[in-house]
Design a protein around this ligand. Structure first.
Ligand code: KG4
Ligand code: ZN
Length: 384
């Protein structure tokens, strides 16, 4: 099989990204234009602004990805683009551009599910390291700003298929990081700064109740004396902890100090760790550390329970939150105790990028699962 160079395009949220990947196993170029500065004043992603910024960035980002890969529009073998899930207007920018390129250049076009992309970020880097042997069943935790989903992943002749065995019932874990950081005046996006501040606080200072999930499917079946032990579910919930942090802030009279922190940080163009630390008292640092510990323990605990229930041989942890240092350390430690190898993408490929889209497209390209020219964005696209 000759090498195939796939140009990937990703625009589902607040990063405009393009990349070239060779045969799903070598990252040749990877360009990401972040919109953080645009959305920062609003404390979260503003969909209309995201679409406008994608429009501005898409052509130069794709050009840069091609030129860094020593490729041209004509030399690549296929074009891959994120179809969903994500912001409809943002997705449409990438899709329209990818369609136009594919039509004008007469190249195959592959539509990719963003969540499948996150899973293939791990596969791409493992293949690049020379690790071609994977033990199945594979379980993937996709944990990002929009998702906290557990998938059993299977490979067959025709590509990959996925079975969802758990997801968040409300907020995603990354969303909880972002909302809590905003609530305590740390700005957007919250995950990276909480990650860096947490080691400066006491993770045992504040006790958060673990989320209690009632698994209706299991209860209903139990009612019928028919417990489905073959397909247990492992759902998550992170809206409760956000409310608990809000209550803690009220009870401990932290509002005024939060307002001061917000104003001080808003006046610094690119705050450094020292700037954050200078505005945070012990109470705040302890709260940040305890919040992160609670999320990490919940993610690791439930995922490893799923590993046991499904006799999983290999665990992937991917998506923006997989960049979190404490999450990585805890998964590595507890995964080793459990006897399951845990693979993460590098930090650069944990958060949104287009290399993962080009990598996920490769098996579809080989199987000739190409997109029709009339396909459109799907904001709530499901992964199967
Ligand atoms: O995968 P991603 O780039 O975009 C989505 O598909 O949502 O994930 C972004 C999310 C944000 O919520 C961000 O706060 C979180 O990932 N994140 C982190 C870290 N880096 C990014 N959360 C915790 N620790 C980090 N180091
Ligand atoms: Zn993502």
């Amino acid at each position: 099989m000759p090498d195939a160079y796939i140009l990937g395009i990703e625009s589902s949220c607040d990063e405009t990204a393009a990349a070239v990947v060779r045969s799903g196993q070598q990252l040749v170029s990877n360009v990401v234009a972040s919109q953080i500065a645009t959305h920062q004043p609003y404390g979260g992603v503003v969909p209309e602004l995201a679409s406008r910024e994608h429009l501005r960035a898409i052509v130069p980002v794709v050009r840069q990805a091609l030129s860094e890969a020593n490729q041209t529009y004509n030399s690549v073998d296929a074009i891959a683009v994120t179809q969903g899930p994500g912001l409809a207007g943002a997705l449409l920018v990438g899709i329209s551009y990818a369609k136009a390129l594919a039509f004008a250049l007469d190249k195959p076009l592959v539509a990719v599910n963003h969540l499948e992309g996150h899973i293939h970020a791990v596969l791409l880097e493992e293949r690049q390291k020379g690790n071609h042997e994977l033990q199945f069943p594979v379980l993937a935790l996709v944990v990002s700003g929009g998702h906290t989903h557990l998938y059993l992943a299977e490979q067959n002749n025709d590509g990959w298929t996925y079975e969802n065995i758990g997801h968040t019932r409300d907020d995603a874990a990354g969303e909880a990081f972002d909302k809590v950081a905003k609530l305590i005046g740390l700005g957007y996006p919250g995950g990276p700064i909480v990650d860096r501040l947490a080691p400066h606080g006491d993770p045992d200072a504040v006790k958060f109740q673990p989320s209690q999930i009632k698994h209706r499917d299991r209860r209903e079946r139990r009612g019928q004396k028919e417990v489905d032990t073959d397909h247990p579910r492992f759902d998550f919930s992170y809206s409760g902890i956000k409310t608990a942090v809000l209550r803690y802030v009220e009870v401990h009279g932290m509002r005024d100090s939060i307002e001061i922190r917000r104003k001080v940080l808003a006046n610094i163009a690119k705050p450094k760790l020292e700037d954050y630390l200078a505005t945070c008292d012990r109470l705040t640092l302890d709260l940040v550390a305890s919040f992160q510990r609670a999320i990490v323990d919940d993610l690791v605990g439930k995922t490893l329970a799923a590993v046991r229930a499904y006799n999983v041989a290999t665990l992937f942890v991917t998506g923006g939150v997989a960049a979190n240092s404490e999450l990585r350390k805890t998964f590595e430690r507890d995964g080793a105790q459990e006897g399951v190898p845990v693979y993460f993408p590098s930090r650069a490929l944990s958060t949104d990028n287009a290399a993962m889209i080009a990598a996920a497209a490769y098996p579809k390209f080989l199987a000739k699962h190409l997109a029709a020219m009339d396909f459109s964005a799907e904001a709530s696209l499901v992964l199967r």
